[in-house]
Design a protein around this ligand. Structure first.
Ligand code: CP
Ligand code: NVA
Length: 301
């Protein structure tokens, strides 16, 4: 494993190794056991979109590992004024031990990996959000004791979260059902991947069908970063794609609910369901820290 660009690149064994290491690092942090695996290393963190969790968990995580994180806003970098990624990658490779980037196009992340020679970590693109999904898998395993054999259900937009959940869920032996409106399905690349898993994958326009007997229900905002101009149109398209009491009634009685956050209450999830599952949702947010520390150790130690 040289980079973390997308879940599609990871083998099942690599995912399991990351989750095992994340559990260990979480244990060490809780028991004040030092774990300075990245002493003397530096991580550049390039943000072309807003962030609370990704920024703070990477920055703190790098510090806990004994390394030094640099926050690089695209407003201040020459990349924001049009310097090509090819050049940025070759320059930053000479200063840093690794780069985490949050941006729009997946190609930009892939290009950083192609032209640079240090590990690149995808901190969210329009296509995928692998760091979040590793934390989600870690949280599901923590609460349910396993992944294989569980049913994961995603309700809403066939977006970056849906894409990574489909791949991460199927690769770890879960069955995955996704409910999304016809015009908001995941891209062909993801559907082609999922087709290889036969009836372990289901896509429907019916949230109730997707949620039936689910062990884990996930959702995400209807308008992602960069889609704010379409918010009104999307609100109409996604009416009915809400995680609420009716939907929870068809899932397993002990079903978990996860949300990558930020959440829009009374849009994709009701306040009531959100608060009833706050324990899982905020453990999921915490697990971003542990899962990403595991990724950084795997790539940079
Ligand atoms: N879930 C997530 O990636 O949150 P941020 O946008 O706050 O980083
Ligand atoms: N789909 C959301 C996820 C935010 C963490 C977005 O891209 O804005």
């Amino acid at each position: 494993m040289k980079h973390l660009l997308k879940m599609l690149d990871l083998s099942t064994e690599e995912i399991t190794e990351i989750l095992d290491l994340a559990d260990q690092l979480k244990y060490e942090l809780k028991h004040n056991i030092p774990h300075p695996h990245l002493k003397g290393k530096t991580l550049g963190m390039i943000f072309q979109k807003a962030s609370t969790r990704t920024r703070v968990s990477f920055e703190t995580g790098m510090y806990q590992l004994g390394g030094y994180p640099l926050f690089l806003s695209s407003n201040d970098l020459q990349i924001g004024r049009g310097e090509p990624v090819q050049d940025t990658a070759r320059v930053l490779s000479r200063y840093l031990s690794g780069i985490m980037i949050r941006t729009f196009e997946q190609k930009e992340v892939e290009d950083l990996a192609k032209y640079g020679n240090i590990p690149i970590i995808n901190g969210l693109t329009d296509f995928c959000h692998p760091c979040q999904v590793l934390a989600d898998l870690m949280t599901i395993r923590e609460f349910k004791g396993k992944l294989a054999g569980l049913k994961m259900c995603f309700i809403g937009d066939g977006n970056n979260m849906a894409n990574s959940l489909i791949v991460g869920g199927l690769k770890t032996g879960m069955s995955v059902s996704i409910a999304c409106p016809k015009d908001y399905q995941p891209p062909k690349e993801i559907l082609d991947f999922a087709a290889g898993y036969g009836d372990k994958f289901e896509m429907t326009e019916s949230p109730m069908q997707a949620a039936k007997d689910a062990d884990v229900i996930l959702t995400d905002v209807w308008a992602s970063m960069g889609q704010e101009g379409e918010a009104e149109k999307r609100r109409k398209a996604f009416a009915g794609y809400q995680v609420n009491d009716e939907l929870m009634a068809v899932a397993k009685a002990d079903a978990m609910v996860l949300h990558c956050l930020p959440a829009h209450r009374e849009e994709e999830i009701t306040e009531k369901v959100f608060e009833e599952h706050a324990k899982e949702i905020f453990e999921e947010a915490e697990n971003r820290l542990h899962a990403q520390k595991a990724v950084m150790v795997k790539l940079m130690a």
